[in-house]
Design a binder for this molecule. Structure first.
Ligand SMILES: C[S@@+](CC[C@H](N)C(=O)[O-])C[C@H]1O[C@@H](n2cnc3c(N)ncnc32)[C@H](O)[C@@H]1O
Length: 399
């Protein structure tokens, strides 16, 4: 199979597909820093910049993949849905599919799972309508990168459409739940967003919370990690790449070429936007060798929140009862996974975070606030005087 990657970013989809034996023919990406990475990593692919000026899909392509912009579909974003100018770019996929001289066999899309809730799942329903009007069958599923061997909690919705194959046998056939570790401060590492602390935290035991795309002008937004020994660190960008499944090539980090055209901090945004490589690899392998989904599940309502997995058999849209871990790969402890020491969280950042938590209505895990206080004291800082008596024994909100 040969693939065309739209909104290719740093090529998470395409690297995963490549590992499954599917070559990238053409990559389209508007950001110069991301294109520099693509040029360095996919020297055999054609590369173009703006999907809106792409005249068509190359005739040899079997597959189109598109992790289209999520700014209008994410909880943290503008929530305008497909009427927002960024996420509406998915409509370019349909323009290209309609204009293609033969019927393209496979399409894969990826985006944030919040789109299943936003406006009653309107954007996802429009995507289903478009594919059905073009004669495709489809399946979609929310999948967490954590169950693919990387200690990152990252739920994303994957959507596969096919002209002739059975998308449900690609996306829904595998289901092997893996347990999520409980909080154990002092024993495991715990990821959270130090820039938050007031309305949310992104708390992730033995994992980092979803890496974010930060800002387009390259202000990095790495999470913090409370290490088992009490240090608070920000992970190294090279480990962030690995947390997305981008291993270094001959010792050279995947996104280093971005620094030819952008500030080094831009790499955080590129990595945070990417598709996790082993997830794309799993989809690619299942395209080549489909599994067998034993269909169970009823139809779902026409309005309201959509199920976490569903498929269309050519006649009826059905909910599917599968979890977020298709393969159930065992994930190593976060502290063991990290190859680099990371940067200590600064005293200013730690104190600012602690002050936000003092004003927050969140409930924190036992021992967490004391651990932050101890860290501040270890840096010689003054711990703000409010006591920790409000600290209640419960889980914090997650991303
Ligand atoms: C969610 S990211 C996709 C990341 C990619 N799947 C990866 O693994 O790195 C969406 C990408 O769409 C790109 N993009 C936005 N507008 C575009 C356009 N008009 N043409 C091409 N790419 C565009 C963004 O620069 C961004 O890299």
């Amino acid at each position: 199979m040969k693939a065309v990657g739209l909104f290719a970013g740093i090529g998470g989809f395409e690297l995963g597909l490549h590992k499954a034996g599917i070559a990238a023919l053409h990559l389209c990406e508007i950001l110069p820093a991301a294109r520099a990475v693509l040029r360095s990593r996919f020297p055999d692919a054609d590369i173009s910049d703006d999907v809106r000026s792409l005249p068509g899909i190359p005739g040899e392509a079997d597959l189109l993949c598109a992790g289209f912009p999520c700014q209008d579909l994410s909880q943290a974003g503008r929530t305008r849905g497909l009427s927002g100018d960024q996420s509406a770019l998915v409509l370019e996929v349909f323009r290209l599919l309609r204009g293609h001289r033969c019927r393209l066999p496979w399409v894969i899309l990826e985006n944030v799972p919040f789109m299943l809730q936003l406006h009653g799942g309107l954007a996802m329903r429009s995507i289903m309508d478009e594919f059905e009007s073009l004669g495709y069958r489809w399946a979609y599923r929310v999948v967490d990168s954590y169950g693919f061997g990387v200690p990152q909690r990252r739920e994303r919705v994957y959507f596969v459409a096919s002209m002739d194959g059975n998308p449900e046998d690609v996306l829904l056939a595998d289901d092997t739940p893996v347990p999520r570790p409980p909080t154990a401060i002092g024993e495991r590492a715990h990821g959270f967003y130090w820039t938050e602390g007031f309305t949310g935290l992104g708390w992730a035991p033995d994992a980092v919370p979803t890496l974010k795309n930060g800002s387009t002008i390259g202000i990095p937004s790495p999470p913090a990690i409370l290490m088992p020994d009490g240090r608070l660190i920000k992970p190294d960008i090279r480990d962030a790449e690995r947390l997305q499944g981008f291993e270094p090539v001959n010792g050279i980090p995947w996104t280093i070429a971005a620094e030819e055209v952008a500030r080094s901090s831009a790499r955080w945004s590129l990595v945070g936007s990417a598709v996790t490589v082993p997830v794309a690899e799993w989809v690619g392998r299942r395209l080549e060798t489909p599994g067998r989904f034993s269909a169970e599940g009823g139809t779902f309502p026409l309005t309201g929140r959509l199920p976490k997995a569903a498929w269309f058999d050519g006649r009826i849209r059905r909910a599917a009862y599968v979890g977020v871990d298709p393969l159930g790969v065992r994930t190593p402890p976060l502290a063991d996974f990290l190859d680099y020491p990371g940067d200590p969280l600064s005293l200013k950042a730690a104190t600012g975070f602690l002050e936000r938590t003092r004003r927050a209505k969140l409930r924190f895990n036992p021992g967490f606030i004391q651990a932050v206080e101890r860290y501040i004291a270890s840096l010689g800082g003054l711990v703000p005087s409010v006591t920790t008596s409000y600290e209640l024994p419960l889980v914090t909100t997650s991303m």
